[in-house]
Design a protein around this ligand. Structure first.
Ligand code: PRX
Length: 645
């Protein structure tokens, strides 16, 4: 495969950027020509941010799996699509060629059909990082079902909420998932999530860990049996086929739940054609992918990074995507580096939190490895601190690999602001320039564009985007009003990202972090309101307030201030109980790092918690709390300050 739209110089980037804003339709039409369509579009773009309504390639007909698989079969059928590295290094890695991927996806699409799944149905996927997860995702896309992948770390309660919100009728899961030394009992979590559920009709279970499970007659079926039966249906005389459903460009492709500033995660919905074009375009350009390169994105497919840069981006480009089942520290902190050497990885894409955690083990786990295959390094998920950036550059990239700092979100589908590897300049800690098609703007709290530079010559403000790019979210599932309020109502006619940013004299952007009540813990998005809701479910808790604070490894840690009704109780026990409650309600990723018991919370006279003050206390800035005179009971602040953990 070649990529005629791959940008090869800084000059070409500038030209592409200019064209994307001045002649948007023809810019994207030229790129979209390089995909497989059953029917071309009637209109490139139709949009307004007031409803909001965004349509790309309207009237076009396609199926994303024909773009990710079928179109590569003739010339690349025996080339690796997925290289799978298991949790345990002694287990054999698997290579899935495009031919094999085609067969498995056709088989699984048939399995879904046999089990009554139709176009538009919601299928929840709760699996570990096994190739079967990719088959399940692509099998859904092939028959036009909407997949909703849920990260294996979420609790039964979280799954139940997501199943209910999406009105999902089907689940694909595993008996269990390996994560380092641990086995996560996925099927039993699903069983708990299904207590009282009346909508789910079928649960398809893939065997991975041989964890004992129970199967409910009539509802639960085995992946292996179903696949075997489907094989005879899709394969005739050695020829495999399962006709892909013809999808409208704007038909939904998937839902992915993510946290916002309210207590309830929202189902971000992405559509077919725009998402495909954007993930492919950004993959090819940001990483400067060359045919044959091995791309290792270390994210879990339960997050957007895995959707876009393990599955859809690389496969639509005919690339080779490395999928890793385990964790960076098992069996030791050299695991990523072993994988890079073993599979001759060319592009490594990971999160700053993973780098910081690996840095803490020193240089011994890095030593003695052959990193000569590496060409490009990338980071995603949170701002990268300069120390981690330089460590990555020096010890992994050996100062010869460009590092791309990719800023984007679940809602944006793919990278929006990033340097292009080796093509546009990089600057440690800065995501730098917008992708062609992306028009960022910094606004003040009133929504006015910031034009005055600060004392360092920087513009500083809330990061918004002026016009749609192809993979902008289309709605939040089942609640379009919420989509409007969350993203398009804060500042009229702008998409508001929830992030703050600064811009330098070269037009480079540095993302400074969330400006709303969303935390970024180890690159995972968690709403403070969600954690508070979970803590408040503990019987002894009267009220709580959660804020973030700087954490050396996780980027941000979770600090909870809790009013406990049991004033003479055992604090240690209550603390443990609260942690358990949060794990049960959300999952262990949302467990507070610090819980401080307090007698009261700083509130305004209208009863609103003054988080600004709590944030400062959590950050250790206790001397400079700003104006506290408007507080209902200023004395609680001293008590909280004195009890700070
Ligand atoms: O705050 C930004 C941060 O992660 C948020 C999006 O989280 P999520 O939807 O889970 O997607 C993560 C993977 C794309 C953003 O609002 N963020 C993401 N990438 C960066 C970043 N912050 C700074 N620099 C980045 N490169």
């Amino acid at each position: 495969m070649s990529y005629p739209y791959q940008i090869k110089s800084y000059e070409e980037y500038k030209e592409a950027y200019k064209k994307s804003t001045e002649q948007t339709d023809s810019f994207w039409a030229e790129i979209a020509e390089h995909f497989t369509w059953r029917k071309k579009w009637d209109e490139v773009l139709n949009w307004n941010f007031t409803e909001p309504k965004v349509e790309w390639f309207k009237g076009g007909k396609l199926n994303i799996t024909e773009n990710c698989i079928d179109r590569h079969l003739k010339t690349m059928g025996d080339k690796p699509a997925i290289i799978w590295e298991p949790n345990h290094p002694d287990e054999r890695a698997r290579t899935v060629t495009y031919n094999r991927l085609h067969k498995r996806v056709c088989q699984f699409a048939q399995v879904l059909k046999n089990n009554g799944v139709k176009k538009g149905d919601r299928v929840c996927i709760y699996m570990g990082m096994v190739p079967e997860l990719a088959y399940a995702v692509l099998g859904c896309a092939r028959i036009g079902a909407i997949h909703s992948v849920i990260f294996g770390g979420f609790s039964a309660q979280s799954i139940a909420d997501r199943l209910y919100d999406a009105n999902a009728e089907f689940i694909v899961t595993c008996d269990g998932a390996y994560r380092g030394e641990k086995v996560i009992p996925l099927k039993s979590v699903i069983d708990d999530a299904l207590i009282g559920n009346r909508t789910v009709k079928k649960v398809i279970v893939y065997t991975r860990t041989r964890t004992p499970i129970s199967m409910l007659k009539g509802r639960d079926v085995w992946w292996e049996d179903e696949m075997e039966y489907a094989e005879s249906q899709v394969e005739k005389d050695g020829v495999v086929s399962f006709p892909a459903e013809e999808m409208d460009a704007e038909d939904p492709l998937f839902i992915l739940y993510t946290s916002g500033s309210t207590g309830k995660p929202k189902g971000v919905l992405h559509s077919s054609a725009g998402y495909m074009v954007w993930t492919n375009y950004t993959f090819v350009n940001v990483f400067q992918y060359q045919p044959g390169d091995v791309h290792f994105c270390t994210a879990d497919i339960g997050w957007i990074t895995g959707h876009s840069y393990i599955i859809y981006g690389p496969l639509s480009a005919g690339g080779t995507s490395l999928m890793f089942e385990g964790i960076p520290t098992f069996p030791d902190a050299g695991r990523f580096w072993d994988i890079v050497e073993k599979h001759k990885v060319n592009i490594l894409y990971t999160a700053p939190t993973a780098l910081r955690s690996l840095m803490s083990f020193g240089l011994i786990p890095v030593g003695g490895r052959d990193f000569s295959s590496l060409k490009v390094l990338g980071t995603v998920g949170e701002p990268i601190n300069e120390e981690a950036w330089h460590w990555y550059d020096e010890h992994i990239g050996l100062r010869k690999c460009p590092i791309v700092d990719t800023w984007w979100q679940t809602e944006t589908g793919g990278c929006l602001i990033s340097n292009l590897a080796g093509i546009t300049p990089s600057k440690p800690g800065w995501a730098t320039l917008p992708m062609p098609g992306v028009q960022p703007v910094l606004v003040d709290d009133q929504g006015n564009e910031v034009t005055e530079k600060d004392e360092n010559g920087m513009l500083k403000g809330n990061l918004c985007i002026k016009a749609p790019w192809p993979a902008i979210l289309r709605t939040t599932y089942g609640d379009h009003e919420r989509c409007k309020t969350n993203y398009f109502a804060t500042y009229p006619n702008l998409y508001f990202t929830g992030d703050g940013a600064i811009k330098d004299e070269n037009g480079f952007y540095r993302i400074t972090g969330r400006v709303d009540d969303v935390l970024n813990v180890s690159g995972h998005r968690i709403g403070t309101a969600e954690v508070e809701n979970a803590i408040n479910m503990h019987a002894g808790v009267v009220e709580s307030a959660v804020v973030g604070y700087p954490h050396d490894i996780k980027g941000q840690g979770i600090y909870a201030f809790v009013i406990d009704s049991n004033t003479h109780g055992d604090e240690e026990r209550t603390r443990k109980d609260i942690l358990q409650t949060v794990t049960r309600v959300i999952g262990s990723i949302a467990k507070p790092d610090k819980i401080q018991f307090v007698k009261g919370l700083p509130k305004t006279r209208s009863g609103k918690i003054m988080r600004r003050i709590l944030r400062k206390i959590a950050e250790g800035e206790i001397e400079n709390l700003g104006d506290t005179t408007t507080l209902l009971e200023p004395a609680v602040v001293d008590e909280i300050k004195n009890g700070r953990l």
